[in-house]
Design a protein around this ligand. Structure first.
Ligand SMILES: NC(=O)c1ccc[n+]([C@@H]2O[C@H](COP(=O)([O-])OP(=O)(O)OC[C@H]3O[C@@H](n4cnc5c(N)ncnc54)[C@H](O)[C@@H]3O)[C@@H](O)[C@H]2O)c1
Ligand SMILES: O=C(O)C[C@H](O)C(=O)O
Length: 320
């Protein structure tokens, strides 16, 4: 069987990390695309030279030509600009919307059968715009955020309860902004609801609220610490798990920005929900029961995403 082809659009911090992970896991041959000349070629050469040491068989190439992503099975998009300290993700909307237009056309013209994972921020608006510009079926275009946000939530819970992260199943719904909804009621420590574990361990409700708040602001915390750029190791790892679910037809239920047609009372938007990823891309959305408070919080997050889509339509009339 021929090797799969993974195209990475954007060869910056996340793009380079994605290339390394995809090659190390022998997911397929990797093409790193960027508009910066020489940079994707340089990273590809450097990463190729990990092969003999790590013992992976994967061809890694760098390019500035969209023709080289032809026939890709999976495309992961990180092209664009990250925020700087003091900025919100939404401040990137204007600049990254133009990038999504170019990328969407590149995908449409070269690999219209690919499964496309968007990472560029502001995520929920960019994945929607990328889908519009590319014209691919909605089930083949998805946004990565929920896996990352849930991993942050899980990390903080594991630290608090002094337990292995392997036993924590934490869950975040909604848009990838400060209004995201970490859902404690569906988060468990090896099946034990977090609220029960908190009682056992003497962790107060206000401490759990602090963990929820830290999760919501998890991206900004890293942006502030790095001083230049944003998180890239965990974002890349998150997107790779989604790509593996697709390539391996794993039917994993992963929180991701999926196109909704009525689920959670939402129509025509991309919002973070539990979605099934298998060989057909997004094969379904799981609708879970939420408390009134969780529903209200989700609505606030959905409204924030809606506002961003309106802003996109105002900036690019082809989206209106
Ligand atoms: N969804 C998430 O959870 C999440 C997590 C982390 C970062 N992000 C976002 O991912 C994006 C990338 O982050 P990064 O750290 O890799 O940034 P980066 O600056 O290191 O890399 C971005 C790359 O995109 C390239 N680029 C710009 N315009 C392009 C175009 N038109 N075509 C192709 N390439 C182009 C740049 O040359 C650069 O190499 C940012 O928007 C960031 O906010 C999202
Ligand atoms: O916070 C950012 O700007 C990057 C990303 O969305 C993240 O959550 O790490």
């Amino acid at each position: 069987m021929a090797r799969k082809k993974i195209a990475l659009i954007g060869a910056g911090m996340i793009g380079g990390t994605l290339a390394h992970l995809a090659a190390k896991k022998e997911m397929g041959d990797v093409v790193l695309f960027d508009i910066a000349e020489g940079m994707p070629q340089g990273k590809a050469l450097d990463l190729s030279q990990c092969g003999p040491i790590e013992g992976f068989d994967a061809k890694i190439t760098g390019t500035n030509d969209y023709a080289d992503i032809a026939g890709a099975d999976v495309v992961i998009v990180t092209a664009g600009v990250p925020r700087k300290p003091g900025m919100s993700r939404d401040d990137l909307l204007g600049i990254n919307l133009k990038v999504m237009k170019a990328v969407g056309e590149g995908i449409k013209n070269n690999c219209p059968d690919a499964f496309v994972i968007c990472i560029t921020n502001p995520l929920d608006a960019m994945v929607w715009a990328l889908r519009e510009f590319s014209g691919l079926p909605h089930n083949k275009v998805v946004g990565m955020a929920g896996v990352l946000d849930s991993a942050r939530f899980a990390t903080f819970l594991a630290w608090e309860f002094d337990t292995s992260v392997k036993d924590v199943n934490a869950f975040v719904l909604g848009g990838h902004g400060d209004t995201m909804v970490p859902v404690l009621s569906y988060s468990t420590i090896n099946g034990i609801p977090v609220a029960d574990m908190a009682k056992i361990k003497g962790v107060s409700e206000s401490r759990l609220d602090e963990i929820v708040d830290r999760t919501r602001k998890g991206g900004g915390e890293i942006v502030g610490l790095l001083g230049n750029g944003s998180a890239y190791y965990a974002p890349a790892t998150s997107a790779i798990s989604m790509a593996e679910a697709y390539l391996g037809d794993q039917k994993r239920i992963l929180p991701c920005a999926a196109h909704l047609t009525g689920e959670y009372g939402v129509d025509g938007l991309y919002v973070g929900v539990p979605a099934v990823i298998g060989a057909d891309g997004i094969e379904g959305v799981v609708e879970i029961e939420l408390s009134d408070e969780e529903k209200n919080n989700l609505q606030v997050s959905i409204d924030a995403v809606k506002e961003l889509l309106e802003a996109c339509k105002g900036l690019d009339s082809s989206l209106a």
